[in-house]
Design a protein around this ligand. Structure first.
Ligand code: NAP
Ligand code: ZN
Ligand code: ZN
Length: 346
């Protein structure tokens, strides 16, 4: 299947228009015309090889919302015309204990990424969502609720599920004090979900100009981290801290904000390790944990939750030729709060 999109030809080179082939429709596959593709900071890390050597040309994009145009002969879950979403992985081993539990993101063989990796045949380079169409095995796509706008839905496929999953796992509920570090694509979804679950939500941000947006998203408090003095009154306050920051930071300063038995969940993935002082963990029996996206059943649950509560991402819709500028602005924390590419402009 012919596809037209945007690719990086080498590390750090600007993305440019690119034509390529996708696999033909298999019996269990659905083809879709992409409507919108979100720009995740993970795309930027990978194009810049901040996570290690990458495969080029790279068509990034793992926040895909589209409409089914054709179905394989054995497809039962979707029909032509359905609105569907594709996230960070397109396949997995299907038989390991994680996959059997629907936690495909933790597949023991490793999930099959939507781009910057090989498909399960071991030779086809996976090409992501910055393009006009896509082919996916029906088991790895999810249904989009009819009442939600497709541009605001696209970021739910990564940013949304990546915050929904830890918020569910750590059982966020009324009475809990939750902090979200970084009000970007992931962080703003964390605010919306934690507020919807009834928690008292504080945004910890190094961009003071985001305060009014944070409060209008439902956050109860906003604290500028630019001045570390501002963190002192927050010592031992939070039950759960969701760290979505894409850059390296002094994680110990934030561990100290956890109450007894509190947990700081690492979600942001900067290229360099954090330095953790043992004392920051011993004191208060604190935990540092991680969380990575979510599995297919949880992605569907998240989308249904969003449909019910009318939750979508706040987006800036752009044309394909603005991608490179959008990358620069995202790195500068200047996005409100997710760039989404109109796929008709590829
Ligand atoms: P993003 O939109 O760029 O948001 C990151 C936010 O971090 C920024 O808006 C900014 O918030 C804060 N920040 C950035 N640089 C900072 C600095 N130097 N010091 C302090 N704060 C800074 O990125 P995103 O798409 O939400 O992704 C966030 C991170 O999560 C990335 O590392 C990405 O790769 C990772 N990620 C992880 C998963 C997973 O499964 N765990 C999934 C997707 C993405 P303020 O302006 O409010 O300070
Ligand atoms: Zn992502
Ligand atoms: Zn598996």
């Amino acid at each position: 299947m012919k596809s037209r999109g945007y690719a990086a030809k080498s590390a750090n080179s600007p993305l440019e228009s690119y034509e390529f082939e996708r696999r033909d429709l298999g019996a269990h596959d659905v083809a879709l015309d992409i409507s919108y593709a979100g720009i995740c900071h993970s795309d930027i890390h990978q194009v810049a090889e901040e996570w290690g050597p990458a495969i080029f040309p790279m068509v990034p994009g793992h926040e895909i919302a589209g409409v089914v145009t054709a179905i394989g002969t054995s497809v039962s879950k979707f029909s032509v015309g359905d609105k569907i979403g594709v996230g960070v992985f397109v396949d997995s081993c299907r038989v390991c204990s994680s996959c059997v539990q629907g936690l495909q993101q933790y597949c023991v063989e490793g999930m099959t990424g939507t781009y910057n990796g090989l498909e399960r045949d071991g030779k086809t380079v996976a090409m992501g969502g910055y393009s006009n169409n896509f082919v996916i095995n029906e088991d790895y796509a999810v249904k989009i609720p009819a009442n939600l706008p497709m541009d605001g839905v696209a970021p739910l496929l990564c940013a949304g599920i990546t915050l929904y999953s830890p918020i569910k796992h750590w059982n966020v509920k009324p009475g809990m004090k939750v902090a979200v570090m970084g009000l970007g694509g992931l962080g703003h979804m964390g605010v919306k979900f934690a507020v919807a679950k009834g928690a008292e939500v504080t945004v910890l941000s190094h961009s003071p100009s985001k305060e009014s947006d944070a409060l209008s998203m439902g956050a109860h408090h906003f604290v500028s981290t630019k001045d570390s003095e501002n963190l002192k009154p927050l010592a031992k306050k939070f039950d759960l801290i969701l760290n979505t920051v894409s850059a390296e930071l002094e994680i110990g300063d934030f561990l100290n904000l956890l109450t007894l038995d509190g947990t700081l969940v690492v979600i942001g993935l900067p290229g360099k390790p954090y330095a953790v002082h043992a004392g920051a963990l011993l004191n208060g029996r604190r935990r540092i944990a991680g969380s990575m996206i979510g599995g297919i059943p949880e992605m569907q649950e998240m989308l249904d939750f969003c449909g019910k509560h009318n939750i979508v991402s706040d987006v800036e819709v752009i044309k394909a030729d603005y991608i490179n500028e959008a990358y620069k602005r995202t790195v500068a924390s200047d996005v409100k709060y997710r760039f989404v590419i109109d796929a008709t402009t590829f």
